[in-house]
Design a protein around this ligand. Structure first.
Ligand code: ADP
Ligand code: ZN
Length: 743
């Protein structure tokens, strides 16, 4: 790369890079791709990433500004990460500077040093012999510092010296001047989480089952890029397969990257990896502070971590010695970022594996239709773990017909009996209800009016413990009114079931057994979810109820019975993915039953026990269900049999949002009618299903294409042109490529 023009990614919403002249030499480091650089931006300065060095710029020389300083001696983002980011910015049509920023830990984004160091203070020979009592009379803080450092041959850090008094830094500087104290820099230990401590032995693995052996052999035989879809029911031993394959990579000195959904990243999972693998393991997730995140990132980048476990954004972690990439629970919607830079970590991972020429494993009990289709088309090799190892068996499933069984507080008679039976047989019972709060609505029994949010097209949810009505969409809270706002009758009644109400009903019926509720309300405090999960794992909690949070990969060995309180919530969604999502959470919840050596039972309460989807799922399992549902998708032309980009717009004035969408539609129509974009069509604009949210009106326009290639060609012209529309500055809008949810 020759030239003296830098093309720089700056974190702005613009879909382009910014040109600057190379900084004056002698100040900072030489320019290079992937290094950070400080540049003037308006009246301020900003930190950007150098994407390229070229000889010419479209910007007139007189207007071209000069960069101030290159921060890094070595590129922070290596060539392979830069290539990934460039591809991602292009594919998701997102501002390249923001994409690059997303790949860096916050401290580095703000210009911090890669090598975090700390000061270490030593008393000099002279300092050790000084008469501190005499010193104390003139300079008490200096004397205390000498006392603190005097007998410490390894030196002491800032934290120790700071005890000497608030002026300790000035005092320490004076001691250095007097040659009584020395200071050196020490690098902070890069590993936040290490493998087994010295001398501690690695847990020896169980003998693999035949199915595990076949899967491991296939993955280990891959020499270069290969994609595997590992389909195994919950508890079938997928994690065991990951561990053995990672171990093999470690033997060859290669690092592995494991991506998991946020909620699946439990201390148990990390502990298991630490017990089973002799290497440094770092964990990257949203709960880290900036320093912890940088430290983990650095341990990956300098190769000292052999395993990197992380959520979505860990896909951007540098891997100098790349080995295996694994996406666990690859169907999980949290792998797709839902705001800002809307990328799919799963899809980026496959791209990255191909570019690194390394194998990738996508694991799930309920694979996404996208991945099943890739397997059907021969792009992924499918590996199956059909059974649980040992004596654990798949549970028995029973449907309870809500049309004939009366239901009190969400529980029918057969369900109450079954719960009682499992509890008295020392079993543990899990109840799934994906609705938090006490009741999803408040109704006036005189006039039938429901209490609605003033800012959203939604009902307020009654939370009894807090005695509030809460909007789950905008967060607004009100005191519970004494009377109906319409007819003023004092007859407001909570209708429907939420987890809070169910917990109360269970306490009334089975109060002698410890109950644990897990939903967003009970786990707000830091560490609370871990504490509650541990109560379940240890067997101390006997009744467990909760929302979606329970459906993700937790291993609860003592659960013998699972109940789905209301299956009908998921059966009739509006999104084309509703049935897929329903089946996935259904199978995931049911899979919590009978993981140990006792057989499990699953009860499902529904008003539609004849629903074909439910019947296929219960009688024939996820694969048969998926085959049927995919055939329907194919007929309807939805993904994976087409590609989508969803434009969402919102504004406080309804027409502002829809004017923009109409202009965007007209532009699309113009391009498509030119005949240059076959296979591309638009749907809408249409109001979002919840048109008003937090006081803003929302609408959407869908672009659909037969293939990814067609969609990308269209977007490459249409998307940049949207920025120039008159209405584009007035509405808040975004384009979501491969949206996870249409509504
Ligand atoms: P998954 O990741 O598919 O949910 P795990 O790997 O966590 O499954 O395995 C479930 C349980 O079975 C774990 O307790 C694990 O230790 C155990 N297990 C896995 N493979 C074997 C095996 N081959 N023999 C005996 N136990 C096994
Ligand atoms: Zn609201």
């Amino acid at each position: 790369m020759a030239g003296n023009i830098l093309r720089i990614g700056l974190a702005t919403p613009l879909l382009r890079l910014f040109d600057y002249r190379c900084p004056v030499q002698g100040d900072g480091h030489a320019a290079g791709r992937g290094k950070r650089v400080v540049v003037p931006f308006g009246k301020q300065t900003r930190i950007g990433i150098i994407a390229a060095i070229t000889e010419s710029s479209a910007i007139p020389a007189a207007k071209l500004r000069t960069a101030i300083r290159v921060i890094d001696a070595e590129p922070l983002l290596d060539e392979s990460i830069m290539a990934l980011l460039e591809w991602a910015a292009d594919y998701y049509r997102h501002a390249p500077g923001e994409v690059m920023a997303a790949a860096l830990p916050a401290l580095l984004r703000k210009g911090g040093a890669v090598d975090a160091t700390e000061s270490i203070w030593h008393a000099t020979e002279q300092g050790r012999n000084v008469d501190s009592k005499a010193l104390a009379r003139r300079a008490p803080v200096q004397a205390r510092i000498i006392e603190l450092a005097r007998d410490k041959p390894d030196g002491v850090d800032d934290g120790v010296l700071s005890v000497a008094g608030s002026t300790w830094r000035t005092a320490a500087a004076k001691l250095i001047d007097k040659k009584l104290l020395d200071r050196s820099q020490r690098r902070i230990d890069p590993l936040t989480i290490t493998g087994p401590a010295n001398g501690q032995s690695i847990e020896s693995p169980p003998t693999p089952t035949d199915a595990q052996r076949t899967a491991m052999d296939a993955i280990m035989a891959a020499n270069g890029f290969a994609a595997f879809l590992l389909e195994g029911v919950t508890g079938s031993g997928k994690t065991e397969v990951y561990l053995r394959c990672i171990e093999r990579e470690l033997e060859h000195g290669r690092q592995s990257l494991l991506l998991v959904p946020e909620i699946g990243l439990t201390p148990q999972l990390v502990d298991r990896f630490r017990r089973c693998l002799a290497t440094g393991i770092v964990v990257l997730h949203s709960g880290l502070n900036d320093t912890e995140r940088l430290t983990a990132w650095r341990a990956a980048r300098d190769g000292s971590a052999g395993v990197i476990i992380g959520t979505r954004s860990a896909i951007f972690t540098p891997l100098p010695n790349p080995g295996l990439i694994i996406i666990d629970e690859e169907h999980d919607a949290s792998l797709k970022q839902q705001d800002g830079f809307r990328y799919s970590a799963r899809d980026l991972a496959v791209w990255r594996a191909r570019q690194l020429d390394r194998p990738i494993v996508l694991g799930s009990a309920t694979p996404s239709f996208e991945s099943l289709e890739n397997a059907n088309a021969g792009r992924y090799a499918k590996l199956c773990l059909p059974e649980r190892p040992g004596s654990a068996r798949q549970p028995e499933v029973r449907l309870i017909d809500l049309r004939v069984q009366p239901c009190k507080d969400g529980l029918t008679e057969p369900l109450r009996i079954a719960i009682g039976r499992h509890l008295s047989n020392d079993g543990q019972v899990l109840l799934y209800l994906n609705r938090r709060g006490f009741a999803p609505s408040m109704m006036c029994t005189s006039c039938g009016q429901l209490v609605e949010c003033r800012r959203c097209d939604a009902r307020l949810v009654f939370h009894q413990q807090r005695a509030r009505l809460v909007c789950h969409h905008c967060g607004v809270e009100h005191a519970v009114p004494n009377e109906c706002a319409e007819c003023h009758a004092p007859d407001l009644l909570p209708v429907g079931q939420g987890t809070e109400r169910l917990e109360q009903a269970l306490t009334d019926l089975f109060g002698q057994y410890p109950i644990v509720r897990i939903d967003r309300d009970t786990t707000r405090r830091k560490g609370e979810i871990e504490r509650r999960l541990e109560l379940v794992r240890s067997g101390e909690a006997r009744l467990l109820l909760g929302t979606q949070m329970l459906t993700k990969g937790h291993d609860f060995p003592n659960v013998t019975m699972v109940a789905i309180i209301d299956a009908d919530q998921g059966l009739f969604g509006t999104d084309f993915r509703s049935s897929e999502r329903f089946a996935q959470s259904f199978i995931q919840v049911a899979g919590r039953a009978g993981r140990g050596d006792r057989p499990g039972e699953v009860y499902i309460q529904t008003l539609f026990p004849d629903h074909p989807l439910l019947l296929t799922l219960v009688a024939e399992g996820y694969d048969r269900f998926a085959a049927q549902a995919m055939a329907e998708r194919k007929l309807a032309g939805w993904p994976p049999y087409s590609s989508l980009a969803l434009t969402r717009a919102e504004a406080t004035q309804r027409h502002t949002a829809f004017d923009f969408l109409a202009e965007a539609r007209d532009l699309a129509a113009q391009l498509i009618n030119s005949g240059r974009f076959t296979g591309v069509r638009w749907l809408g604009p249409a109001p979002a299903p919840m048109e008003r949210r937090a006081g803003r009106y929302r609408g959407q326009l869908l672009i659909q294409a037969d293939t990814r290639g067609q969609l990308q060609r269209f977007l490459s012209e249409w998307r940049p042109a949207l920025d120039n529309l008159k209405s584009a500055r007035k509405a808040r809008w975004s384009v979501d490529v491969d949206p996870a949810e249409l509504f």
